[in-house]
Design a protein around this ligand. Structure first.
Ligand SMILES: O=C(O)CCC(=O)C(=O)O
Ligand SMILES: [Fe+2]
Length: 348
């Protein structure tokens, strides 16, 4: 039986993050975090299973074939033997934990924002639940990144651990290389040149965002979600997660399935933009993050998306009379504002 705090939470804006500040020592869940019964994660119903594994040491034709198949059937896959230094990744995740354990007074509280469009912020995602919006048991630090231009580092929060700044500079370059390879294989899978998908996301600069998700231990993971059920709106996401702690779930064939972390692997997933550009060949995966009682979990999601001025729709090169467009064409800024969930995933 869960003990529920019934007293009114204190009124300072950052008060809901008390649990994070306390390193998860809180024994109780504030009622604001508790989902209604039908929205709870039903942990016993999460099916075992596995997502495809892409080994980048295999010959390129095999890799391409596997990436294409995984993107059609699952919309998510592991990447192993990718050449990115595991130490770099582990140290980066460590720096994220350090940042989220800084006392709120040292500035983390001030970064908290309810404006989803701010480039640098700490955001608390919510699950729509009846007439309420229930906050996830997590905090997310968002900032921009770029595979070759380091200037995004200037906009990082002043109180971010100094080592994060250095680590993320290298991490961004390495992850940038993986994105370019994946976009190339996905384009070829559509029968097009390697550059096709990236070109269709806008000739100008694309939008590069990183999200560091921090999930403190939760006294009752049955009652909360770490991150609400969603699809990534971006084109493609590359995630690095705490190696020992399970949290990511996907919907596969109508059932929730756990994506177990495996050593030194990235998890890559298709977002709504690639689903639309590919006219539905590649599937954006519906996912969520669970909490757990014992351990802090961190995930660092890197996204590549079109710019707001980009017109996004099924790529002209792949639609014709036999293959009519299955999605509308729109300005990405409008998609961002209006269409994302209800339109693309009605009723889900
Ligand atoms: O924590 C995770 O594994 C999922 C993160 C995620 O879905 C996101 O940041 O969009
Ligand atoms: Fe996501």
């Amino acid at each position: 039986m869960v003990e529920i705090i019934t007293s009114t939470p204190t009124s300072t804006p950052a008060s809901t993050f008390k649990w994070a500040k306390d390193g998860g020592s809180t024994e109780t869940i504030q009622p604001t975090y508790i989902l209604s019964e039908e929205k709870r994660p039903q942990l016993s119903e999460v099916a075992p299973g596995s997502i495809p594994l892409i080994d980048l040491s295999e010959p390129e034709e095999i890799i391409r074939e596997k990436v294409v198949k995984a993107s059609e059937e699952y919309g998510i896959f592991y990447l192993v033997n990718h050449g990115v230094d595991p130490e770099l990744c582990n140290e980066t995740l460590k720096a994220i934990v350090e940042f989220f354990q800084l006392p709120l007074e040292q500035g983390r509280g001030l970064l908290h924002s309810t404006d989803h469009k701010k480039d640098v912020k700490i955001y608390n995602y919510h699950e729509p639940d009846g007439d309420k919006r229930v906050p996830g048991w997590s905090e997310a630090l968002t900032h921009l990144w770029h595979p070759s231009d380091d200037s995004f580092l200037d906009a990082l929060p002043a109180n971010i651990p100094p080592q994060y700044r250095e680590l993320i500079r290298t991490y961004a370059k390495e992850v940038g290389v993986l994105f370019a390879k994946l976009f190339g294989w996905l384009s070829e899978g559509l029968g097009l040149e390697k550059e096709a998908l990236e070109k269709n996301m806008g000739e100008k600069l694309k939008f590069y965002k990183m999200q560091a998700n921090f999930y403190p231990p939760c006294p009752n993971p049955e009652l909360t979600l770490g991150l609400p059920v969603h699809n990534d709106m971006a084109a493609l996401t590359i995630i690095r997660q705490t190696e020992e702690v399970t949290g990511l779930n996907i919907i596969k064939d109508g059932k929730w399935m756990a994506v177990e972390p495996i050593p030194n692997a990235f998890v890559c997933n298709i977002g709504d933009t690639v689903e639309i550009l590919s006219n539905g060949k590649y599937k954006s995966v519906r996912h969520r993050a669970l909490t757990n009682k014992e351990n802090i979990r961190v995930s660092l999601a890197s996204f590549v998306a079109p710019n707001k001025e980009t017109i996004v729709g099924p790529m002209k090169e792949i639609v014709d009379e036999q293959h009519p467009p299955r999605y509308e064409t729109f300005l990405y800024a409008d998609f961002h504002e209006k269409y994302v969930r209800p339109w693309l995933h009605p009723g889900k």
